[in-house]
Write a protein that binds this ligand. Structure first.
Ligand code: TRH
Length: 385
C-alpha cells in the first residue's frame, strides 16, 4: 500500500505488559512499521514504561505523554479516563485482549464514522487459528470487534516483517568485519568469532546447566552470549561470579559471555551474527525465523502444559522432517517423553545445523508469501471500515 493512502489515518494501539518484554516488543515493532512504512499517526498506550525503556532506551518513564519520533506514547495508568469522540483514532487495536478503558469504548461508539476495532492476538501455529482469524464479535456498545491473528499460513495475518529487513540482514551477514565489530563491543575475541556462536534467551526453567555441561565437553569450541538477567542461576554457576554485563569465563570447549540487554534493533544484529539462536516467547521467536539461522524456541509456559500443544503444532509445520531439531526442542521445553541425555542430543543436533540453516531459506519464502502482518492488518481494516 502506498504511504500516501494512509497519510491522515490515525491509529491507537493499547498494550498491557503482561510479562517481560514481548508484549511491548511486538507493539513497538508494529507501531514503528505503521508509522514509517504506512505514514499512520500512531498513539501507543502502554501501562509499563519501564519494560518499554528496556527495549527502547529513548523512553522516559515519568511522562504521561511523549513523542518518540512521530509516535505519541501515552502512559496508560488506569481504566478511568474520560474521552470525547474526537479523541478516538480511525483504527483502534487492543493487543492480546487487553481491556481498553470503558470511557474510550464509549467515545468509540459516539464517533462518526465508527472506528475499526481489532483485537490483535498472540502467535500460534495451531489449526484453529485459521478459523478464528478475522472473526467478528458484536460488543454491547453496538460496536463490532474483529479478531486478527498472526500466523504461519496464508489463512492468518502473517508475521511482522519490515520492508527491507531481509536485504539489510543479507548485507550484514556478508560483512564479516561489521559482525566482528558488533560482537567485539561485547568483548567477543577473534578466536571466539571463529567458534560456534550461540545467543541464549530463555525462561528461568530451561535446562541451561545441563546444556552447558554438554557444550563444555563437546569437540567444538562454543561461545555462548547471554543477555544480562537471563538464565541467571546457570550462568552464575558457570562463571563463578555475578552474571552482570561484561562477565565471562571459559571452561574446556565453552566460553560464556554476559551481554547487556540491548536495544531492539541491535537484538536482530545479535541473531544475525550468531550461528545458533535460543529464543523465547513470541517476538524473539519470530525474529529468529527472519534471521535465517537455526534456532531453538523456549515457549512461554502455560498451566497444565498447554504450551506443549502449541510447541508441537509449530514443530510440525517447521521441522517435522528434522528429527534432531524436534527432539532437541522437546527436551529444551521439558516436553520429551523419554529421559534426556544431553551429551548425545547435542552432537546429533549440531550435526544437522547446516541442514537446518538451509531449510530456513525455504521456510522464510513460505512465510513471506503470506505477506507481512502490518500490511495485512491495514488491508483488512479497509474492508471493514
Ligand atoms: O520477553 P518475552 O518472554 O515476552 C513475552 C511476554 O512474556 C508476554 O507476556 C508473553 O505473552 C509472550 O512472551 C509469549 O519474549 P519475547 O516475546 O521474545 O520478547 C522479548 C523482546 O525483547 C523482543 O522484542 C526482543 C527484545 N529484546 C531486546 O530488545 N534486547 C535484548 O537484549 C533481548 C534479549 C530481547
Amino acid at each position: 500500500m502506498h504511504p500516501k493512502e494512509h497519510q491522515t489515518t490515525s491509529l491507537a494501539l493499547f498494550c498491557k505488559v503482561v510479562d517481560n518484554y514481548g508484549d511491548i516488543g511486538i507493539c513497538w515493532r508494529l507501531t514503528r512499521q505503521l508509522e514509517q512504512e504506512h505514514g499512520i499517526a500512531v498513539t501507543l498506550w502502554v501501562d509499563d514504561l519501564r519494560s518499554f525503556q528496556r527495549i527502547c532506551p529513548e523512553v522516559a518513564i515519568d511522562r504521561e505523554t511523549q513523542q518518540i519520533g512521530s509516535v505519541t506514547v501515552r502512559h496508560w495508568r488506569d481504566q478511568n479516563g474520560v474521552f470525547a469522540a474526537s479523541d478516538v483514532a480511525d483504527i483502534v487495536i487492543e493487543f492480546f485482549a487487553c481491556d481498553i478503558p470503558p470511557g474510550y469504548i464509549a467515545a468509540m461508539a459516539e464517533r462518526t464514522p465508527r472506528p475499526v476495532w481489532l483485537n490483535l492476538e498472540g502467535h500460534s501455529a495451531e489449526e484453529w487459528v485459521e478459523g478464528c482469524h478475522t472473526l467478528s464479535s458484536p460488543h454491547q456498545s453496538s460496536l463490532t470487534k474483529y479478531f486478527f491473528f498472526p500466523g504461519f499460513t496464508g489463512k492468518t495475518g502473517g508475521l511482522l516483517l519490515e520492508s527491507g529487513l531481509q536485504q539489510q540482514r543479507q548485507a550484514y551477514q556478508q560483512d564479516q568485519a561489521e559482525m566482528a565489530a558488533f560482537l567485539g563491543q561485547f568483548g567477543v575475541t577473534p578466536a571466539e568469532m571463529a567458534s560456534l556462536k550461540v545467543s541464549l534467551f530463555c525462561y528461568p526453567q530451561a535446562p541451561v546447566s545441563a546444556l552447558f555441561d554438554a557444550w563444555q565437553s563437546s569437540g567444538t569450541a562454543i561461545t555462548c552470549l547471554v543477555p544480562e538477567g537471563v538464565a541467571v542461576d546457570a550462568v552464575q554457576a558457570f562463571l563463578g561470579q555475578v552474571a552482570k554485563a561484561g562477565a565471562s569465563a571459559s571452561r574446556d570447549a565453552l566460553t560464556v559471555r554476559v551481554l547487556p540487554f540491548i536495544p531492539q534493533p541491535d537484538y536482530d544484529k545479535l541473531l544475525w551474527a550468531c550461528d545458533l539462536n535460543f529464543v523465547r516467547g513470541e517476538d524473539s521467536f519470530v525474529r529468529a525465523q527472519w534471521a535465517g539461522k537455526p534456532f531453538v524456541w523456549h515457549i512461554y509456559p502455560q498451566d497444565k502444559d498447554l504450551h506443549h500443544v502449541k510447541l508441537n503444532a509449530f514443530l510440525q509445520r517447521y521441522s517435522a522432517k528434522t528429527e534432531s531439531l524436534v527432539e532437541f526442542s522437546l527436551a529444551w521445553n521439558a516436553a520429551a517423553k523419554t529421559a534426556i541425555d544431553w551429551a548425545a542430543l547435542w552432537p546429533s543436533f549440531e550435526a544437522d545445523l547446516q541442514k537446518i540453516a538451509d531449510m530456513s531459506v525455504d521456510w522464510q519464502l513460505q512465510l513471506s508469501a503470506n505477506g507481512d502482518l502490518t500490511a495485512n492488518l491495514l488491508k483488512f481494516a479497509e474492508t471493514v471500515q
